[in-house]
Structures are given as structure tokens and as C-alpha cells.
Design a protein around this ligand. Structure first.
Ligand code: NDP
Length: 444
């Protein structure tokens, strides 16, 4: 049996009932086949893939807090420190009722390769809780965050593990988490990223994932003889990644006609009004029905349906497995040119293969959404220097990083005989640096 197949079977056996983790490992191992097969005996002897697919540490803890009615609530907290071969652990905290250990492990595993692709010195980790910030008062969110950090602070630090935001964890949550860390440790250090600008945050961090996605898309299209100007773009989600992806796509001359949340979606043929979307989602924390009720050109639909709209470029920016093979067929039938992931693993394994088989330009999230963690790493640099860079300085660095990522995944795909397969390119390019560092550091 090939070494990659042995390791995949081992992962499934040792991590039962974690389908998202299996899916992420399968995609990576399949992509690595050409590299591993060039030197299979060596990698097997070193157990390199077993070590890569087994987290360094998995921390699980109880988070008890008191709601506004005096009732004690109990949530599960997680931090999976997956791999620190190339730098301190780095990865977001997800707060969503669907969070479980398997989801955190898939995200932490993906983060290893994404962080490597940025070329910055950051290892892979992820954390979170099944706590749902939606509908909670600010005081309840603060009580949860303080309890969560009371346990988490034992395992993190500016040179150890630096968490950040993700679904459900925005500026408010990072602020409360940071306040509690500082109180417990008496240290004012860059232990979290995505901080507010008044206490060590970086300009352009809020915009980074969405803007970075579009910088990469523009470079991809340029390399294929076209550009975003006058293209139709469909986006799912209406959170941090989606909002700034829409904003940058419009700045680059495209028309974005959709967005969604977990209950419904909007089709706005006149183009999404980003200022209104920000007001509804960022300030008022309301549903998309509010957007549609205030915008004459917009239609609101319950459920899912973004991928049924004819588009040139599709950008899934909500959550994992939100674009399935039926959606992929509709996109291909409607003549889509490119699908680039803003979310983490939003395209199912079957849908990814369908898009690739139909020669659609497809870029996986670990490459195309790496702008967020890249600017988080720049925030760490600014904190270490005790300096703040201007928006333009950070944005220019972000753009350079995303263009670089595109060319590194393109080159890796070509070098291993799979030109145009950016899934293979991203996984190989991310893997090589981590594997090199792991080998150099011996058996640990
Ligand atoms: P937000 O919480 O800001 O927004 C998430 C969006 O996705 C919301 O519109 C939300 O709708 C929707 N959504 C969440 N869960 C579901 C679900 N189960 N079904 C349908 N819609 C859903 O998160 P982000 O924008 O930060 O993150 C979006 C994706 O991007 C995630 O996959 C995240 O891991 C990834 N990512 C984020 C980065 C960042 O810097 N923020 C960096 C790299 C990747 P609703 O409000 O109704 O829940």
C-alpha cells in the first residue's frame, strides 16, 4: 500500500467521527502523492506524515459563565496546537454552535500549510467553542470570553501561540479576550491579533482576508489573460471575509450581485451596496432581510441559492462544505471562469474535483484566504517593534504576499507536472517548507 494511503487509513481509524478532519487530510495527502512518491522510503522511515497529521497538543476545557438571567451556562473550549516547526502556533478562534474537536482539527491542519505559504514564521493552530455569540448581550459575550481566557492563557503567549478571530470572533470578542489575558498575566504583549487600533491592532487587518482574496484573484485572472473589470462576481456570506471581498471586487471594477447569511441570501442585480451591508451586519448586527428591505433593487430568498446565479467568478466566503457538487454543476453550466475560496474548505471534495475536471480555475482557501493570517503576522511584527505601520504600508505588503502566493502555487504545480492544479500546487508548496523544518529539528 502506498505510504499516503497507509497514513490516511490511520488518521480515519485514530480519529473516528471527525469527517471534516478526514476530508482535509485526504485532500492534502492526495496532493502530496507526487512529492512523497519521489522519496517514499525516506518519509516512511521518518514517519513524517504520521507526525504531520497528529497535533502536537489538543487542549479541551470547560467554559462556565453566567447569563443575564443568573443562569450558569457551560460550553466546550478547544485549542489544537498542530505544528510549530516554522514558528509559534497561529490560527483563529471560532465561536459557533457547530464547533467540535473534528472541526477545530481540520482548521488547525489546514492552517499549517496556509501559514507556510505566507512565507512568514508562523506555525499552525486553531481553537474555539460551541458558544454562539448571536443574540447574546455584550455582558454575556464578555463573561464567556473572560471564562474562556481564564483557561486558555495557560497555553498561549506572544512567542508560543497567538490566536486571532474567525467565525463569531470579531473585534469585540478579541478585545474582551485580550483584557482578560492582560489581567491574568500582567503582560502587555502581542498574544492575540485582530486587536483594536487603540491597543496594538494593525491597520488593514479587518480588510485583510477579503482584500487579499481579491489581490490573488486579480493576479490569477491576469495570468490567464483577463481581469476583474466588468466581470460579474457572486459571493456567499456577509461576515468579515465576505464584506471586504465585495468591497475590493467593486474597487477593482467588478459587479458583485449576491451575499448570504445562515438563514437566506440576497440577489442584488444592481450590485451590492457595501455601505448598507456594513451598517446592517457590522453595526446593527441584523439579518440580511434588513438589507433587502432597505434596498429596492435587492431580492431576498430564504435558504441557500447563491450558486444558482450566473457569474464569472464565484467566491465562497461563509463556511465549510457550503458549495456542493450540484452547485458546482450549476456554476459550470452557467459558464463560471474561476472559483476561489474565501472561507476554509467551503467546497466539498467532490465539487472541487468536478470544477477541476471542467477546467475551472480553482484556488483553495489555504492559498486564497491567507491574507488574514499574513496581516496577523504583520501585526505581531509591529507589536514586537512597538511600532504601527500605515494602512498603505500594510496593504502593499499584503498585496505582495498574495501575488507571491499565487506564483508559488503555480510554480509548484508546474514543477510536479500538474500545471493549473492549484490544489496540488498549494499543498506541495506549503508542505515542502514545513517538512524541511521538521526534518532539520529531528524526531520531536
Ligand atoms: P463571520 O462570522 O464574520 O461571518 C461568517 C459568515 O458566514 C456569516 O455571514 C454567517 O452567517 C455565515 N455562516 C456561518 N456559518 C454558516 C453556516 N453554517 N451556514 C451558512 N452560513 C454560515 O466569519 P468570517 O467572515 O471571519 O469567516 C468566514 C470564513 O472565512 C470561515 O470559513 C473562516 O474560517 C474563514 N476565514 C476567515 C478569516 C478571517 O480573517 N476572518 C481568515 C481566513 C479564513 P450568520 O451571520 O447568519 O451566521
Amino acid at each position: 500500500m502506498a505510504y499516503v494511503d497507509e497514513v490516511y487509513d490511520r488518521v480515519v481509524k485514530q480519529n473516528p467521527v471527525q469527517p471534516e478532519f478526514h476530508q482535509a487530510v485526504k485532500e492534502v495527502l492526495e496532493s502530496l502523492r507526487p512529492v512523497i512518491e519521489r522519496n517514499e522510503d525516506h518519509y516512511r522511515k521518518e514517519a513524517l506524515l504520521e507526525r504531520l497529521t497528529t497535533p502536537d497538543r489538543q487542549i479541551m476545557f470547560r467554559v462556565s459563565w453566567v447569563d443575564d438571567h443568573g443562569q450558569v451556562q457551560v460550553n466546550n473550549g478547544y485549542r489544537v496546537q498542530f505544528n510549530d516547526a516554522i514558528g509559534p502556533y497561529k490560527g483563529g478562534l471560532r465561536l459557533h454552535p457547530t464547533v467540535n474537536l473534528g472541526i477545530i482539527k481540520f482548521l488547525g491542519f489546514e492552517q499549517i500549510f496556509k501559514n507556510s505559504l505566507t512565507t512568514l514564521p508562523i506555525g499552525g493552530a486553531k481553537g474555539g467553542s460551541d458558544f454562539d455569540p448571536k443574540g447574546k448581550s455584550d455582558r454575556e459575550v464578555m463573561a464567556f470570553c473572560q471564562s474562556f481566557m481564564t483557561e486558555l492563557h495557560k497555553y498561549i503567549g506572544a512567542d508560543i501561540d497567538v490566536p486571532a478571530g474567525d467565525i463569531g470572533t470579531g473585534g469585540r470578542e478579541i478585545g474582551y479576550l485580550y483584557g482578560q489575558y492582560k489581567r491574568l498575566t500582567n503582560r502587555y504583549e502581542g498574544v492575540l491579533t485582530g486587536k483594536g487600533l487603540s491597543f496594538g491592532g494593525s491597520l488593514a487587518r479587518t480588510e485583510a482576508t477579503g482584500y487579499g482574496l481579491l489581490y490573488l484573484v486579480e493576479e490569477l485572472l491576469k495570468d490567464h489573460g483577463t481581469h476583474l473589470k466588468n466581470k460579474t462576481v457572486t459571493v456567499s456570506g456577509s461576515g468579515n471575509v465576505a464584506i471586504y471581498a465585495i468591497e475590493k471586487a467593486q474597487q477593482l471594477g467588478a459587479k458583485v450581485v449576491t451575499c448570504s447569511d445562515s438563514t437566506g441570501w440576497v440577489y442584488d442585480p444592481a450590485g451590492i451596496d457595501v455601505a448598507l451591508l456594513k451598517e446592517v451586519k457590522e453595526n446593527r448586527r441584523q439579518r440580511l432581510t434588513e438589507y433587502a428591505s432597505q434596498r429596492e433593487s435587492a431580492e431576498y430568498h430564504e435558504g441557500r441559492g447563491v450558486w444558482s446565479i450566473k457569474t464569472d467568478v464565484a467566491l465562497p466566503c461563509a463556511t465549510q462544505n457550503e458549495l456542493n457538487v450540484e452547485d458546482a454543476k450549476q456554476l459550470v453550466g452557467n459558464g463560471v471562469l474561476a472559483v476561489c475560496e474565501g472561507a476554509n474548505m467551503p467546497t466539498t471534495y467532490e465539487a472541487t474535483n468536478y470544477l477541476k475536471e471542467h477546467d475551472i480555475l480553482f484556488v483553495p482557501g489555504k492559498a486564497s484566504n491567507a491574507g488574514g493570517v499574513a496581516v496577523s503576522a504583520l501585526e505581531m511584527s509591529q507589536n514586537s517593534e512597538r511600532l504601527s505601520w500605515s494602512f498603505a504600508e500594510v496593504d502593499t505588503k499584503l498585496k505582495d504576499i498574495m501575488i507571491n502566493i499565487y506564483h508559488s502555487i503555480d510554480d509548484a504545480a508546474k514543477e510536479y507536472g500538474h500545471e493549473g492544479d492549484y490544489v496540488i500546487g498549494a499543498n506541495i508548496a506549503g508542505f515542502l517548507k514545513v517538512a524541511d523544518a521538521m526534518e532539520a529539528q529531528g524526531i520531536v
